[in-house]
Design a binder for this molecule. Structure first.
Ligand code: S3P
Length: 172
């Protein structure tokens, strides 16, 4: 049974930064599905969206998920839309412990917009983004664990995650 820790959540949840710190604390390798896709395609995520469209990006995500079967002990950060396909959360849960980094949409968007390079929120109204979030939440909910991120530092989120994994689940 693989023992990966898989982080899911909406854009701006802090999957990358928390994942990197978590991996360092646990002495594990860190991998991001977005990085796998960028390395494979040799161009950035916004370029993939512009040149080939979202459907192509979603195909690349499916390939990345298949490649994750080779991982057994890593911390894996997923793109915000990756879990939101039928059967996808089951596939992620089979890789190890899935953790939803949850946050309120206002805080998530504030972070995501500040960082930029997010084609899924560029040129979308707040109402459209709210609808996207609402459509995705049922998928994120299928995670084994949920960690709240609102009003908390990266260090606090990761510390809670480590202690939850150790005490409640004995997964690390
Ligand atoms: C996406 C989220 C992004 C990236 C791509 C699409 C989405 O990752 O995979 O821009 O559909 O929510 P982050 O969640 O790391 O921003």
């Amino acid at each position: 049974m693989p023992r990966n820790i898989v982080l899911v959540g909406f854009m701006g949840a802090g999957k990358s930064i928390c994942g990197r710190l978590l991996a360092r604390r646990l002495g594990r390798c860190f991998v991001e599905t977005d990085d796998m896709i960028v390395a494979r395609e040799g161009c950035s995520i916004p370029e993939i969206f512009t040149r080939h469209g979202e459907p192509r990006f979603r195909e690349l995500e499916a390939e990345a998920v298949a490649a994750l079967a080779l991982k057994s002990d890593d911390v894996i950060a997923t793109g915000g839309g990756l879990p939101c396909r039928d059967g996808r959360m089951e596939a992620l849960r089979a890789l190890g412990t899935v953790v939803w980094l949850r946050g309120g949409l206002v805080a998530l968007l504030e972070r995501a917009r500040r960082q930029g390079a997010r084609p899924m929120i560029a040129n979308r109204t707040d109402a459209e983004i709210q609808a996207l979030y609402d459509a995705r939440e049922p998928y994120y909910r299928q995670a084994h664990l949920t960690i709240e991120t609102d009003g908390r530092t990266v260090d606090q989120v990761v510390s809670e995650l480590v202690s939850t994994l150790r005490t409640d689940h004995a997964r690390v």
